[in-house]
Design a protein around this ligand. Sequence first.
Ligand code: HEC
Length: 158
Amino acid sequence: MLGDMGKVGDVLAKRWWQWALVGAVVVFLLIQLVPYRVSNPPVVNEPTWDSPQTRALAVTACYDCHSNESKPLWFEKIAPISWWINNHVEEGRSALNFSEWGTSKQGEEAREAAETVREGEMPPSNYTWLGLHAAANLTAKQRQQLADGLRATIAQSK
Ligand code: HEC
């Protein structure tokens, strides 16, 4: 009898890592149910762009974090990465949201948009790490075009 108990103990001891694995998988599946991931509210109002080219550059380099037309990559929809990405997008939108232009939700900092591009502060460098969002890795010329375009767009929207 005691010997049997010992064997059960041995089996459990050997299998602990299997239970840990099952537990980890269950936790992973459960956290997918948390409704905290990037969603796109309706577009309220876009700026009057100075040119279609400025808009195209902004869509490429800024819209994932500064619009209601964010396009998360497939793995960015999976928790817990999705939590981090959503938090990031919420922060981005509250600073500048091209889809809620001229509304109270539009941050004061939006006026600095051209500056952030010119200084290479935006888009954030980690956005294009590992070859992701390669098109947002603007050339010097595109950077100049976008900065000029944003300046003109913001100037005419006042
Ligand atoms: C990967 C997400 C991401 C992208 C892409 C991105 N931004 Fe941002 N941006 C943020 C976040 C998050 C904040 C707020 C926190 C901060 O300042 O870092 C922000 C803040 C800003 C601000 C407020 C001022 C400041 O420096 O904090 C401006 C202006 C801005 N971004 C402009 C842009 C423009 C223009 C583009 C496109 C060229 C762009 N961003 C691309 C995430 C992003």
